[in-house]
Design a protein around this ligand. Structure first.
Ligand SMILES: NC(=O)C1=CN([C@@H]2O[C@H](COP(=O)(O)OP(=O)(O)OC[C@H]3O[C@@H](n4cnc5c(N)ncnc54)[C@H](OP(=O)(O)O)[C@@H]3O)[C@@H](O)[C@H]2O)C=CC1
Ligand SMILES: O=C(O)[C@@H]1CCC=N1
Length: 305
């Protein structure tokens, strides 16, 4: 997920630099550690804009993959510095850290020698499922501003959905909010929501691309069953799902209204819809979100066994 965030941010900065060159600061100090941690240091001209990125991992194999991935982006992607086993060194140089490790790795990482001091007075954005702001506050110094964000993989192509939560008593300043929006609005939609909704958001939009792709793949399979070539079936299914989603997002159409408009009386759509209802597709999908929400709440928590 860290790769998706950093790839999207880099792509966004590239497009800004070509349209608004004066807003782009290639030598500014904004560093980002991904996937383990992601750390920006502020630009001398505009402290809310990123310019330098550090990506941290523990395995040299991962580092090699990251260098290839970011190198292939070209431009700013080639400037991403990938560090192996050097979290502390990277965090010390940074103002903003994005924590992108697995939920159970947060505590050991944040409690490693020198990390609390390195994070003092900095913005720490965790994208971890399950791990609460209160838990993380207990693992850092009071001066570290802790925020949770739940992005999703489409951030990689700047079509992401990110939900951000901060506690009402949070010391998160206006500049932090601008930095958070600069990061996550540049790679898709970004919305602030109360932390009590975080597990549901984790399931719905965080895990959502996986659920949507089951539907996408199944639609394409149906087309293949009826003789369509695989590639065309997938294109038709993907563009159709995108079109329907955009009608809701851009035109404000309710899904039921879109469905009714497609459904010619006595036609083929109602025949297909009834087959879906026979398979209890709605409750199956909704229950998947429920179960995933319940599982999200367990992640990063002490085992009850
Ligand atoms: N995948 C998704 O769609 C989403 C995931 N998330 C959250 O993002 C987090 C990561 O998930 P995901 O990307 O799927 O998991 P991955 O296992 O793919 O990524 C974890 C990354 O963290 C690195 N890492 C592990 N330990 C350390 C460490 N001690 N120091 C530095 N880097 C470390 C790993 O590299 P190495 O193995 O080399 O150490 C790896 O690159 C999870 O907490 C998840 O809840 C949130 C939203 C969506
Ligand atoms: O599967 C997971 O736990 C993570 C969180 C949301 C998406 N992936």
């Amino acid at each position: 997920m860290g790769i998706a965030i950093l790839s999207g941010v880099v792509a966004s900065l590239e497009s800004q630099s070509s349209t608004h060159p004066k807003h782009f600061f290639p030598n500014a100090k904004w560093e980002s550690h991904t996937p383990g941690t992601s750390t920006p240091v502020e630009s001398p001209d505009d402290p809310s804009l990123p310019s330098r990125f550090l990506a941290c991992v523990t395995r040299e194999d991962s580092a090699k993959k990251l260098r290839v991935t970011f190198g292939a982006l070209g431009g700013l992607g080639g400037t991403v510095e990938v560090l192996t086993g050097r979290n502390l060194e990277a965090v010390k140089q940074a103002d903003v850290v994005i924590l992108c490790c697995k939920p159970q790795q947060a505590h050991p990482i944040l409690n490693s020698d020198g990390m609390q001091d390195a994070l003092a007075d900095k913005l720490l954005i965790s994208i971890l499922a399950g791990v609460t702001i209160s838990q993380m506050r207990g693992w850092v110094l009071p001066s570290t501003r802790v925020v949770r964000a739940m992005p999703n993989t489409p951030c990689k192509i700047r079509e992401g959905m990110t939900v951000v939560s901060l506690l009402p008593d949070s010391a998160v300043a206006e500049l932090d909010r601008i930095i958070i929006l600069n990061i996550f609005s540049s790679i898709g939609r970004c919305r602030f929501l109360d932390e009590k909704h975080f597990d549901a958001c984790t399931a719905l939009s965080g895990s959502g691309p996986a659920f949507a792709c089951i539907f996408l793949e199944a639609m394409a399979d149906g087309g293949v069953m009826m003789g369509l070539p695989r590639a065309e079936a997938l294109e038709l299914a993907a563009q159709t799902l995108q079109g329907a989603a955009r009608m809701t997002l851009q035109a404000g159409a309710h899904p039921a209204q879109i469905k009714d408009t497609v459904t010619t009386p006595g036609g083929c759509t109602i025949a297909g819809l009834l087959a879906l209802e026979d398979g209890r597709v709605r409750s199956t999908i909704a229950r998947a979100i429920q179960i995933a929400t319940e599982r999200a709440s367990e992640l990063g928590q002490p085992s009850k066994k």
